[in-house]
Design a protein around this ligand. Structure first.
Ligand SMILES: [Zn+2]
Length: 261
């Protein structure tokens, strides 16, 4: 009896040591900050507002992961607020919500200007851009906010720049590489020149003219319409709409059905 008690105690101590050695995941943020981020999304981010509760949890988790992975750099003002970080991260998560393995890994920096900024290269004012060499996504906070203030305008610089980053990410050989389904990508490549020509001829008035600049701008602009003029986009150009939905693995018309796990 004493012997079996000794074995039991040894096993118990062994288990306790083993249990203690299992690393507990470090929380991303203190609870009070999590609540603050949650409140920002609930107040200002329409995409988040229409999600079901389990999806909201997943969305929030991914927003916080994005915030931790990226360096937010203010340009000409101070400081970058929690609201700026959460909203910009949320636009990236919105675009990639159907692609849970994609974190825009190449882009390590988010450069933020308070307003539209002058580029000495293009000699124009910019609302945003993506710079793969600097591994940076650049945004004018003023224009970013305007994009989410009216989510039916079809203009959203946050989604636009994230779309450029996403398309590049698919080509850059790293952990985020070739995540677009091949068949859908081929289909998309086949449709783009046809639509660009249509816009140039003034026949596809649904998309703004800027979409016809090149294939990259076409992708970025259609992403804006995909989230902001969803119903009309699907009605007018279903083939293009469903190809984009396949690429992004989500459909804003039925996003409540996205499985999270
Ligand atoms: Zn662009």
């Amino acid at each position: 009896m004493a012997f079996s008690l000794a074995i039991f105690l040894v096993l118990l101590i062994g288990f306790a040591v083993f249990y203690r050695s299992i690393p507990t995941p470090k929380p991303l943020y203190p609870l009070v900050k999590v609540r603050e981020i949650e409140n920002i999304l609930a107040k200002y981010f329409p995409y988040y507002q229409q999600l079901l509760l389990p999806q909201k949890k997943e969305f929030l988790k991914r927003v916080m992961q994005f915030m931790q992975q990226k360096q937010f750099i203010p340009r000409g003002f101070k400081p970058v607020t929690l609201e700026m970080q959460a909203m910009i991260a949320a636009s990236a998560v919105q675009l990639t919500f159907g692609l849970p393995e994609v974190s825009l890994a190449h882009f390590k920096r988010i450069l933020i200007y308070a307003d539209d900024y002058y580029s000495t290269i293009t000699r124009k004012y910019h609302r945003g851009e993506v710079n793969p060499r600097l591994q940076a996504i650049v945004l004018s906070w003023k224009s970013f906010v305007e994009g989410y203030a009216d989510v039916t305008s079809g203009r959203n610089v946050g989604l636009h720049e994230m779309a450029h980053a996403l398309e590049l990410e698919n080509m850059i050989e790293n952990e985020d590489y070739q995540f677009f389904p091949t068949e859908a990508q081929q289909c998309w490549k086949g449709l783009v020149p046809y639509y660009i020509e249509k816009i140039k001829r003034g026949e596809a008035s649904f998309f703004r003219d800027y979409a016809a600049t090149n294939a990259q701008e076409f992708f970025a602009v259609t992403v804006e319409y995909f989230f902001e003029n969803t119903v009309e986009f699907e009605r007018q150009h279903p083939e293009l709409f469903y190809t984009l939905a396949t690429l992004l693995n989500q459909n804003p018309l039925v996003n409540a059905e996205i499985a999270v796990g």
